[in-house]
Design a protein around this ligand. Structure first.
Ligand code: CA
Length: 486
């Protein structure tokens, strides 16, 4: 049994190396997509319309905290075993180039809730953020109070459409509730912003109850209860399970850790047994809730979305929770490891099975997409949305025409620097705010962002910088200011 697992991992590793080598000539993104695509992909679905056929489908949104792009077997992990999430992926569509609007929690969560970019919202750092009084640049007066009543959330949009709504677990966008003041602080802010249920308890993030690390099972049971109650009332439901996992501190069951301790990890990129154990608990919870949907005959009428709020925490002081390679770096940086994440969407009969999609997707897209699937009319959508409805990717397997994404981080962070970024087609520019230095990468040929082309392709770098500046102006992005004594 043990030997077979190791062989299987080696196969994945070899396949990944082949992808990387082949990617030099053809573009890694396309290569990994094709190599991962199963020839038995079922395309026999109704493609005549991008509107859902069912009037009121349910939506289950599983949001994982700090899940990295390489953290699922399906995405190429060489250690973690995630059969239930892999099965979910094989029942639907996996996105190879899905991003988050920020490389840290709160701004991405704001973007999911509102469909607007963190730069437009002026919620650009994790809440409450840190002060860096001795650094060269002063950060802007950003909206540390988080979500405002003037913001329209996906909960409010779907509630107006007749949905029962729940945001269970981590919230982390404030919104008239105190957070982080104590581990035992409880927050019902979700219930002030369009959700019938939702109570954040950060103490669950640190609890040392080995039988339920990060309250993964407790949150899943809450979701099941909410779903069953909604179904009893014949109400469509929108349920977010917002996990505290797999964010640090890493918690795990001892039995699962022991299992991963037995594996020879000397040739693996990912080598943290505790993180692997936490991943497996998360995976089991996905199996649990999918089994429940199957048992209740809800699968055919439920859109399931599995996503992360930022990239994996690649290095944390002397600790290495996960490894995002071949992506560079991780959470709190604008390199790919900080912003590219897994995104899986399943809806049997509506979305083809076992397919990959190469569209550029980001977290602001969820609100307009969920709204479309719930048949919300355009006139009822919030104004100034930055996201787009990705239904054509989901239901017609199209690669979306969008070719640009933007990031903005006018703050300091332990892991990352004040910086902004634009991805345009396969090129990505990072502007470092302290010294104005530029980094330019060709992601099609250099997914690891190892060769900075800013010096050799200065015209392209300047063109992208100009476009980034234009976008910042358009969304009213707040900029940092230089201190007089520097
Ligand atoms: Ca996070």
């Amino acid at each position: 049994m043990k030997q077979r697992k190791i062989t299987s991992r080696n196969k994945n590793f070899i396949a990944l190396i082949c992808c990387l080598l082949f990617g030099i000539s053809t573009g890694f993104a396309n290569t990994i997509t094709n190599s991962s695509r199963d020839s038995s992909a079922d395309t026999n679905i109704d493609n005549k319309t991008t509107k859902s056929v069912t009037a009121t489908p349910n939506i289950l949104f599983i949001l994982v905290d700090d899940l990295g792009w390489m953290d699922l077997s399906h995405y190429g992990s060489d250690l973690y075993q995630t059969p239930h999430i892999d099965a979910l992926a094989k029942s639907g569509m996996s996105f190879n180039q899905a991003y988050t609007a920020a490389h840290i929690c709160s701004p991405t969560r704001m973007s999911i809730l509102t469909g607007q970019h963190p730069a437009r919202l002026k919620v650009t750092d994790w809440i409450p953020g840190w002060d860096y009084p001795n650094e060269k640049l002063t950060m802007p007066k950003w909206r540390v109070s988080g979500l405002a009543t003037s913001d329209t959330t996906i909960g409010e949009v779907l509630k107006a459409q007749g949905y029962k709504t729940a945001w269970l677990g981590k919230w982390h966008v404030r919104g008239q509730a105190k957070e982080n003041s104590a581990n035992t602080e409880q927050s019902k802010a979700a219930q002030l912003h369009g959700f019938d249920a939702g109570e954040q308890d950060f103490s669950l993030n640190k609890q040392t109850n080995n039988s339920d690390p990060k309250a993964i099972i407790a949150l899943t049971n809450q979701a099941i209860k909410f779903i069953d109650n909604s179904a009893k009332n014949n109400s469509p439901w929108f349920v977010t399970i917002s996990h505290y996992a797999v964010h640090t501190p890493i918690r795990f069951t001892n039995a699962l850790k022991d299992k991963y301790d037995q594996i020879d990890k000397s040739a693996l990129k990912q080598n943290n047994s505790e993180y692997a154990a936490l991943m497996e608990s998360l995976d089991n919870s996905v199996g649990q809730i999918m089994a429940h949907l199957t048992q209740q005959k809800l699968v055919d009428n439920t859109l399931v979305v599995f996503y992360s709020d930022n990239g994996g925490l690649d290095k944390n002081d002397n600790n290495t929770p996960t490894n995002n390679a071949p992506l560079r770096n991780g959470k709190a940086t604008l390199y790919e490891g900080g912003i590219r994440v897994p995104l899986i969407v399943s809806w049997p009969g509506k979305i083809a099975k076992n397919v990959w999609n190469n569209s550029l997707i980001t977290s602001t897209d969820l609100l307009p997409t969920f709204a479309n699937i719930a048949n919300v009319s355009a006139s009822k959508l919030p104004k100034n949305l930055d996201g787009i409805d990705i239904s054509k990717a989901l239901f017609k397997q199209q690669t979306l025409k969008r070719n640009e994404l933007f990031w903005h981080y006018p703050h300091y962070h332990r892991q990352g620097k004040p910086s902004g970024s634009i991805r345009q087609n396969n090129h990505k520019l990072i502007e470092n705010f302290e010294d104005g230095s530029l980094e330019l990468y060709d992601l099609a040929n250099d997914i690891s962002e190892s060769t900075n082309l800013a010096q050799t392709q200065p015209a392209l770098a300047q063109q992208l910088l100009q476009r980034l500046n234009q976008w910042r102006k358009n969304v009213g992005a707040q900029m940092m200011t230089k201190k007089l004594n520097h």
